[in-house]
Design a protein around this ligand. Structure first.
Ligand code: ADP
Ligand code: MG
Length: 215
């Protein structure tokens, strides 16, 4: 079983489907404590990636992540565009010249999330996408440290992403537009945490199916 960039068209399609299916729910979340544009911002980026997906499939991971990051930065807009762009560009920098196993991916993803923290001047507990990304990075590192089988690592990622998304409901927003609402930001899940969770769970589903598919 090999995780190669040829998987990217399928992964991007799965993300598109997950966001499309949940568009109304996420838009309602962003309308409650943001400005309601998060889904359309993200969908602009996803469509741009779909247009490039055949080319992305021919690259190595470092080059693919660099291109994905640059595309997201220009196409998405909003706070989330530069943050998702930063995630992939930083992953590309961390990826160079290494085979992609669980340990390497855990380190690469952790570097990407670290760059998002820096870029957004934010950390866990501030009611953002980082409340999904930070625990998912930790879950990947733990799985690598424990040498767990990949299917188990993927299940842990799904569980962690959902728990992280849910955890934002009762948080006070201290970054982004939702922070303007102060105490009134409590009681709503953060839209960016929700889309991060949806995208991560969609990726995991495709990878899990790929792992169990006959060679
Ligand atoms: P905008 O807030 O500019 O309209 P979006 O609606 O596309 O941009 O994205 C909003 C999401 O971006 C939020 O739900 C939150 O998860 C994330 N976000 C906003 N600011 C930050 C930040 N400083 N650090 C991390 N994530 C952030
Ligand atoms: Mg918005």
């Amino acid at each position: 079983m090999q995780l190669v960039p040829a998987l990217l068209p399928g992964l991007i399609q799965a993300i598109d489907h997950a966001i499309e299916t949940n568009a109304e729910e996420v838009t309602a979340l962003d309308q409650a404590i943001g400005d309601g544009d998060h889904v359309t911002n993200l969908q602009r980026g996803i469509k741009a990636l779909m247009a490039q997906s055949d080319e992305l499939a021919t690259l190595d991971w470092a080059a693919a992540w660099q291109k994905i990051g640059m595309t997201l930065m220009t196409a998405v807009g909003g706070a989330s565009g530069s943050l998702y762009g930063t995630l992939f560009v930083a992953m590309s920098k961390a990826a160079r010249d290494r085979p992609l196993d669980l340990q390497a991916f855990a380190e690469i993803f952790t570097s990407g999330v670290g760059a998002v923290k820096q870029r957004g001047k934010a950390d866990a507990g501030e009611k953002t996408m980082l409340d999904v990304l930070i625990p998912v990075a930790a879950s990947l590192r733990q799985a690598a440290a424990d040498s767990v089988a990949l299917p188990v690592a993927l299940e842990n990622v799904t569980r962690t992403a959902i728990a992280g998304m849910e955890s934002t409901r009762d948080m006070l927003a201290t970054k982004g537009r939702a922070s303007f609402l102060e105490e009134r930001s409590r009681g709503h899940i953060d839209a960016g945490a929700k889309t991060s969770q949806l995208m991560i769970c969609a990726l995991v589903d495709v990878l899990a199916k790929h792992l169990t598919a006959p060679a």
